[in-house]
Each structure stands twice: as C-alpha cells, then as structure tokens.
Ligand binder design. Structure first.
Ligand SMILES: [Zn+2]
Length: 487
C-alpha cells in the first residue's frame, strides 16, 4: 500500500528488534472497581472518594461486576482464552497516592490469557501479535506538586479507577509494527465501548519494552522500558531513539542495563527513571478480602451477544465486500462515527461517488469549519439523496457542490433545494444540441482556429456552452456534441 517507512534500524542490518508492550486501559464504568464511588476524575480533588478507595483500615472491597463484563468483552475482542476461575492479588509498594500500601491487581491467574491482535503490515499482509495476558486492576491516585511552592497534594479521585492491563509478547519487530499494534488495540477497546481512548487524559497508556540483539543470537537482548508515552507519534520517536541508543552501547562494547526510562518530548531523548524492580520486590500474594471469581459459559455467552463488529472484521468487509481501497477503509475504521455514517448512507446508495464525497467534501467541510460529525446537518440519508441526484444525472458536479453547501448550513432536502433553485442539469441532447449548433454558427473565427490545430479552443466552446446553460449543462454531453460539430 504505502512505501516502507524508514527506520533507524535500516542502518544496522545485523541487528533485530523485539518489542513487548503493556497497555493500561481505563474502563468507562459508572463506578470504581471495588466501591460505589463515581468513576470520574474531572471533578475537584477528592470529591469522588469513599473509605474504600481512600484506603481506610478495616474496609472491605466489593468487585464491580461491570468491570468483569468489560474484561470479558476485551477477551472476546482479542481472541483470548477466559479462565473459568481467577483471583485478585496484592502488589505492594509505597507511594503517597496509594494509601493502602498495595495495589489490588491479578497475579498468577488473570482473567484471560493467550490472545492475539491482527495488525496490517506495510505490504498489506497480516501479522498476529500474541498477548500473554489481560488482567483487571485498580489505578492509583495522583500526586500534585504545586508550582512555585514546596507543597505536594494527593488527589484520590483516580484511586480505584478500573483498569485492564493488556500485555503482549515481544512479537513486535519494528517501530511501524509497534504503532500499528497500538492503533489496532486502541480501535478494539474504543469499538468495544469500554474505554474513552483519550490518550492525553491517560485513558490509554503504553509502557514499551524495547531490546535489540544481533540477528544470529537466539536469546533476547536486555530490555529497557519506556513509561507512559501519551501519543502514537511520541512512542514512534522514542522507539527510534532507543534502538540507536542500545545499538551504540553494544557496538562500543558496553552493556544495556535493564531500567525504566522516560521520554522527554522536548529534547527528544530518553532518560533513566529507575532501575527496574524484579517482580519479587512487590511481594505479591492472594488478596484475602476478595473471593475467587468464577466465570461460567452463561456469563460469557451473555457478553458475546453485546460484541460489536470489530475493526479488523470491518476492514475486511469494507475492502472485500464493498470494494473500498485499503486507504479509504483505513480512514473510516480510524473514526467509528465516520464508518457508521458511511454504512448508513451506503445502505441507500451503492454509488462509488459516496466514499469520495465523504472523504473529500464532508471531511473537508468539517475540518474547515471545525465541526464534529455529530453536529453535521447533512445526515447520511441526505448525503445518499444528494449522491442519487448526481448519479441520475439530475444535477452536475458544480450544482452538487452548491447543494452540498446549502444542506450543510440548513439541513434541507437536496431534492427540494434543486427544485427551488432550478439547478436541474440540462441533460436533454436536443436542447444542448441547439445551443452547440448556435455557438458554432456564431463564432466562425474560433472554429477556424480550432480546425487549424489550436486544440485549446475546445475549452473556449465548452466554457461558452456552460455559460449559455447557466452552468447546468451536462458537461459530458456538451463535449460529445462539440466534437461532432467542430470536426
Ligand atoms: Zn470509593
């Protein structure tokens, strides 16, 4: 489809790259994972908290069933195996925004494992990125360091927000694949309706584990983890930087140290944050306050009924059944509302013009006027009506653009606008033939010039004919008639 995206790895043909990604997805349930506090973070600090999420001693967590529903949806959307029995564990660490002193998460037996996510490579082929596991856990609160003072504050609104952690195998072998994987996963969780997908607000955050090795080596190199980068572009930049940094170290005979690094978006470099803790440091153990969680076939079957068409399936259907190009399908998949818009209009017209009008005119107009699709007055039904008027030859392209602008502003029916403004195309050959004959008769000098080889004069006659019909003539018929009478 597109040319290969250049990567710094191209400069080091002896080296291979392995990337595994952990993504934290914030779930959009109404309440938090272990209490009834509202799952909202935008309110003033510490307004959405209770004794449970504030970590008071002696309180008991109660699992939010909706979180399990969402986790099952994620499992079904990523081809994962759901464990019939799973449990929660405590992961211990101290941080002021975690008053309990441990995070409630899942340990050895997560809700699901061994899934995969298909991604499209640059040559259009499909590669499955395997998932190790998906587990449920709670988010921590936030420390706020007041600017210009020595004070810090703790806001616990985020504490207890339900998260899914989705962990891939190190199957990702290029910067391009890393970005494609993240986009595919982002599409899946937003299509499933379990996550807002808002990266800037931290609703979808990726930790990227990067290691390089000599191609002939059978073991992975030492990995570094890049924490919480909040845009696909920055993740790409950071991986490119990290590939070069690690290869430089190895080439100069040094070692890569296992550590967590932060990406500095201004300086475009990664910096050490801390050396990586081993899993044992967290002293995981089974949470005695939460019972084992049993998920039976009936529960899974109930969730399966809620499963929407997934982005990959939609892409395949758009390209093979409907005949869109991969490029066109990709743009629609990227924006679920736009894909839905296309489908509603496509149910009413199978015209090839439809996708062009959506991608070119509709998208262009929305961008220019800074509008959202939801605010658009040209409904899919009206769009289909407009396209049908073009296809039937009722209006030509110039008139269609005029009608389009009016519908965008008023939401009126295109057919009514065409009638009221008298924009119907003059498609009758008799009427146009009379006009063309007249033009040829009235402009003998120009006819001579055309006949003596001045091809440009053809445009002069087309222009005159369009003017004569006040822009409503069918350009194709006019051209055919002119060819006949000028020869
Ligand atoms: Zn609470």
């Amino acid at each position: 489809m597109s040319a290969k995206n250049p990567s710094v790895l191209d400069n080091y043909p002896d080296y291979a790259l392995n990337i595994g990604i952990e993504v934290h997805v914030q779930l959009t349930t109404n309440s938090k994972i272990f209490c009834e506090s509202p799952n909202e973070q935008t309110k003033d600090p510490n307004l959405c908290i209770c004794n449970v999420c504030a970590g008071y001693p002696g309180v008991l967590p109660v699992l939010n069933k909706k979180v399990v529903d969402y986790a099952i949806l994620a499992a079904l959307g990523t081809n994962s195996t759901i464990n019939p029995l799973c449990s929660f564990a405590r992961k211990h660490y101290f941080y002021p925004d975690l008053p309990k002193g441990y995070q409630t998460t899942q340990g050895a037996d997560p809700i699901c494992q061994e899934g995969y996510i298909p991604i499209r490579l640059e040559d259009g082929s499909i590669k499955n990125i395997r998932l190790i596991r998906i587990h449920m856990e709670e988010d921590a609160g936030k420390n706020i360091h007041a600017q210009g003072t020595n004070e810090s504050f703790v806001d616990l609104n985020r504490a207890g927000t339900p998260l899914l952690e989705i962990v891939s195998y190190p199957d990702i072998e290029s910067t391009y694949e890393a970005k494609a994987y993240l986009k595919a996963l982002h599409h899946i969780v937003t299509y499933l309706g379990i996550c807002s997908g808002n990266m800037e607000e931290g609703a979808f955050r990726a930790d990227t584990n990067i290691s390089v090795r000599k191609k002939d080596s059978t073991t992975f190199g030492t990995r570094c983890e890049l924490k919480n980068i909040n845009s696909f572009k920055f993740i790409g930049d950071a991986i490119e930087y990290e590939i070069e940094r690690q290869i430089d170290l190895l080439e100069s005979g040094e070692k890569v140290h296992q550590e967590t690094r932060l990406w500095d978006t201004n300086q475009k470099i990664s910096k050490v944050m801390r050396s990586k803790e081993e899993a044992a440091d967290y002293r995981y153990f089974s949470d005695p306050d939460l019972p084992l969680l049993k998920i039976d076939e009936a529960w899974i079957a109930r969730i399966k009924e809620m499963l929407p068409e997934l982005p990959h399936a939609k892409f395949v259907r758009f390209t093979t059944d409907i005949g869109l190009s991969p490029y066109e399908a990709e743009i629609l998949i990227d924006n679920k509302d736009l894909a839905d818009y296309f489908e509603k209009a496509h149910a009413l017209t199978k015209s090839r013009h439809l996708i062009n009008w959506i991608l070119r005119d509709l998208m262009g107009y929305l961008k220019e006027h800074k509008l959202e699709l939801a605010d658009c007055k040209l409904s899919p039904e009206l769009m289909a009506e407009l396209i049908n008027l073009i296809d039937k030859g009722t209006i030509n392209n110039a008139a269609a653009k005029e009608v389009f602008e009016i519908v965008m502003q008023t939401g009126q029916s295109p057919a009514i606008i065409v009638k009221e403004k008298g924009l119907e195309q003059i498609g009758s050959t008799d009427e146009l033939e009379a006009i063309v004959k007249q033009l040829v008769a009235n402009n003998p000098a120009q006819v001579e010039q055309y006949k003596s080889g001045k091809d440009k004069m053809f445009g002069f006659f087309v222009g005159m004919a369009m003017k004569e019909t006040k822009g409503k003539g069918n350009p194709q018929i006019i051209q055919e008639l002119l060819k006949k009478y000028l020869s």
